[in-house]
Design a protein around this ligand. Structure first.
Ligand SMILES: *Cc1c(COP(=O)(O)O)cnc(C)c1O
Length: 230
């Protein structure tokens, strides 16, 4: 347990049990669901007990934060896999490619081209997911569902990106299953078999709809500390 008394390892264990139950209920093998532990905002002190408990796959949403936090943890646990799950600005591509193992948030042509160029330059072709804005929310990142097929084709065929699957963040006030089903449908017609969907509140539903990656933060690490008000 961490010095602050919060037992993240116990929370992790509970989430693992719930994932197993959801996979079984959906008639899926447990191996087909990967838990991405979302450690954004939390410090290394809260992450270490989760590493000690065996978790190796993590998600962060800010490049700068991950750059500062993870090198030390990676030195202790070289088999860590780190997913970028937040928006990526083109001026941060170099840092992102140096810091992360998988980019889940490819959502526009300029970013896709910039990543392709950087992968070429460093000779490292990270797996990527295309983020789909399933709710067509104006403020949210992601390719619109009707533009998805053309964008995936651009990424794969022209830019030779290693597109593994799709990612979505459903609107907070809507039934998530409609969005999970839509994401699965777009993936299927494009021959993609990985789906990053489902968070603390709805990962069991996401697993029923075929999620291969659930991104769970709060249920493992507890509420995120709020930054001081400006
Ligand atoms: C923060 C975040 C999560 C985790 O959300 P919780 O509700 O804390 O589980 C998942 N996905 C993305 C993209 C996030 O930014």
């Amino acid at each position: 347990m961490a010095e602050d008394g919060f037992d993240a390892a116990a929370h992790l264990s509970k989430v693992q049990d719930e994932i197993a139950a959801a996979a079984t209920a959906a008639g899926r093998v447990l191996d087909s669901v990967n838990l991405v532990a979302v450690s954004k905002v939390h410090g290394a002190g809260r992450i270490r007990p989760v590493l000690a408990a065996g978790q190796r796959l993590f998600g962060e949403n800010r490049v700068q934060e991950a750059e500062a936090k993870w090198p030390e943890l990676r030195a202790a646990y070289p088999d860590i896999t780190l997913h970028l799950i937040g928006p990526l600005q083109t001026n941060k591509i170099k840092s992102a490619v140096a810091t992360f193992d998988v980019i889940e948030t490819v959502d526009r042509e300029k970013l896709a081209r910039g990543l392709a160029k950087e992968f070429q330059r460093v000779g490292k072709h990270l797996p990527v997911f295309v983020q789909i804005n399933t709710g067509a929310e104006p403020q949210k990142a992601g390719v619109l569902p009707e533009d998805a097929d053309a964008f995936i084709a651009l990424c794969r065929d022209e830019l030779k990106l290693d597109v593994r699957g799709l990612m979505c963040i459903p609107p907070i006030d809507e039934e998530p299953s409609l969005h999970f089903a839509l994401l699965a449908k777009i993936a299927q017609r494009n021959g993609l078999d990985q789906l990053s969907m489902g968070m603390s509140a709805d990962f069991d539903t996401a697993i029923a709809f075929g999620a291969t990656h659930v991104r769970v933060g709060t249920a493992i690490f507890g509420p995120r500390p709020q930054p001081p008000a400006a």
